[in-house]
Design a protein around this ligand. Structure first.
Ligand SMILES: Cc1cc2nc3c(=O)[nH]c(=O)nc-3n(C[C@H](O)[C@H](O)[C@H](O)COP(=O)(O)O)c2cc1C
Length: 369
C-alpha cells in the first residue's frame, strides 16, 4: 500500500531517499526561498465557497487543451534532469502523459532525448526551448522537435540568467556531477539511489552531444528579446506557448504577436526570490487579457483544491513539477500513479463541494473575497 496521500507525503519520503544534493536541486529555489514559499502560501490563503444540493453525481476533471481532451486536470511542467529523481523518471512521466492524454513538457535540458520522449508519450509531448544565446543552435533544436513530430513548442523566457539557488550551490551541484568528499558521503548515505544510478548509468543531458554540442546549464540567455520571439513565431507553424510570464504588458504583447498561449509561472520561485506570487499575476493577467485567451499556470500547486483555485482564478490549464519528481523518488512508478490519482480525486471532490460537475463550470465567483 502506498504511503503517498498528499504532495507533502511525497516530498517527505523523497527527502529520506534522495541524496541531499539531488533533493536540494529539486526542492531548492532562488535566494532565501521566500518567493517559492509565498507561491504556496498565497494559494493556501485563497478560500473557496461551497454550494450544496446541486446533484454532483457525474463529475469529470477533463480539460480541453489545444483541441485535445486531457483526462487529468494538470499537465507535467518541463523539468531538466528528471532522471536524477529515479533512473526511469522520464519514461514514467511520458507513460503517464500517454495514458491520460496530458501534455508532458520535454525540457531542453532533459535526461532523455526529445525523440524518445515523444515516442514514449505517444505524441502527448511539448518541447520546451531554452534560447541558447546562439540562434543557429536554437533553430537546430526547433527543427529537431519539428522532425520528431512535436506540435507544441514552449519557449521559456524567465531565465535570462539562471537564478542563484544557494541550496544547490552549498551542495556543489553541477552537471555532470563533480565528485568530492562531501558528495561521496552523500551518495554512501543514500545507497538505494546510488546503486540504482550505478546500475542504469548516471543521467546525461540527452539532447546534446555529437553535432548538438554541449549544453551549459548555467550559461547566460540574456540575449533573448522580442525580435527573437517574433522570428520563432514566424517560423514555427505549430502551437507556440511562452512560459514564465508574470506581467500584464508582457502577456498583452504576446497575445498581440499571435502567441497561442501564455504560461503564467514564476518558475516555482527558482528565478527571482522577490517576485510576486504567481497566482496573483494570473488574476491580473486574466482580467486584462479577456476571458477567451488561453492562459496556462504553474508554480506552487500542491493539491486538487489548489488546482481548482487556479482554474477559478482564470487558468485554462495548469501544470505541476516538483511533487511529481518527489513521488517517483519516493515510490517509483507506483508513486507517480498514486500521486496523480490523489490529485485527480482531490480535484473531483473539490468540484463536488463547490456544487459543480466539471472544470469548465469553475468560475471566479467561487473565490471568497
Ligand atoms: C528540478 C526542476 C527542473 C526544472 N527545469 C525546468 C526546465 O528545464 N525548463 C523550464 O521551463 N522549467 C523548468 N522548471 C520549472 C518548472 O517547469 C515549473 O515552472 C516550476 O517548478 C513550478 O512548478 P512547481 O511549484 O509545481 O514545482 C524546473 C523545475 C524543477 C523543480
Amino acid at each position: 500500500m502506498s504511503s503517498i496521500h498528499t504532495c507533502v507525503d511525497a516530498r517527505r519520503l523523497a527527502q529520506k531517499r534522495l541524496p541531499w544534493l539531488v533533493f536540494d536541486y529539486i526542492d531548492g529555489a532562488a535566494g532565501e526561498g521566500f518567493g517559492e514559499r509565498l507561491n504556496r502560501e498565497r494559494l493556501r490563503a485563497i478560500r473557496l465557497q461551497p454550494r450544496v444540493l446541486n446533484n454532483v453525481e457525474h463529475r469529470s476533471v477533463s480539460v480541453d487543451v489545444f483541441g485535445d481532451t486531457a483526462r487529468l486536470p494538470f499537465g507535467i511542467s518541463p523539468m531538466g534532469m528528471c532522471n536524477l529523481s529515479s533512473p526511469h523518471a522520464d519514461k514514467w512521466l511520458a507513460q503517464l502523459a500517454a495514458r491520460h492524454a496530458i501534455p508532458v513538457g520535454v525540457s531542453t535540458a532533459a535526461s532523455t532525448s526529445l525523440e524518445d520522449m515523444i515516442r514514449m508519450a505517444e505524441g502527448h509531448a511539448w518541447f520546451q526551448l531554452y534560447f541558447s544565446g546562439n540562434e543557429e543552435s536554437s533553430n537546430a533544436l526547433i527543427k529537431r522537435a519539428d522532425d520528431a513530430g512535436y506540435k507544441t513548442l514552449v519557449m521559456t523566457v524567465d531565465v535570462p540568467e539562471v537564478g542563484r539557488r544557494p541550496r544547490e550551490l552549498r551542495r556543489g551541484f553541477k552537471m555532470p556531477f563533480k565528485m568530492g568528499p562531501s558528495q561521496l558521503v552523500d551518495f554512501a548515505l543514500h545507497p538505494r539511489w546510488s546503486i540504482n544510478t550505478l546500475r542504469y548509468g548516471k543521467p546525461e543531458l540527452a539532447n546534446f552531444g555529437g553535432q548538438f554540442g554541449a549544453f551549459e546549464r548555467t550559461a547566460s540567455r540574456a540575449g533573448a528579446d522580442w525580435s527573437l520571439l517574433a522570428k520563432i513565431r514566424d517560423s514555427w507553424q505549430g502551437n507556440l506557448v511562452v512560459k514564465g510570464v508574470l506581467s500584464v504588458p508582457d502577456a498583452l504583447k504576446m497575445k498581440s504577436m499571435g502567441i497561442d498561449a501564455v504560461q503564467v509561472s514564476s518558475h516555482g520561485g527558482r528565478q527571482l526570490d522577490s517576485g510576486p506570487p504567481a497566482i496573483d499575476c494570473l488574476a491580473r493577467i486574466r482580467d486584462a487579457i479577456g476571458p477567451e485567451y488561453p492562459l496556462f499556470f504553474d508554480s506552487g500547486l500542491r493539491s486538487g483544491e489548489d488546482i481548482v483555485k487556479a482554474y477559478a482564478t482564470g487558468a485554462s490549464y495548469v501544470f505541476m513539477a516538483r511533487p511529481l519528481l518527489f513521488a517517483m523518488a519516493a515510490e517509483g512508478r507506483a508513486g507517480l500513479d498514486q500521486l496523480s490519482d490523489v490529485l485527480s480525486q482531490e480535484t473531483s471532490i473539490a468540484l463536488a463541494q463547490l456544487g459543480v460537475c466539471s472544470i469548465t463550470d469553475v468560475v471566479r465567483d467561487m473565490l471568497v473575497e
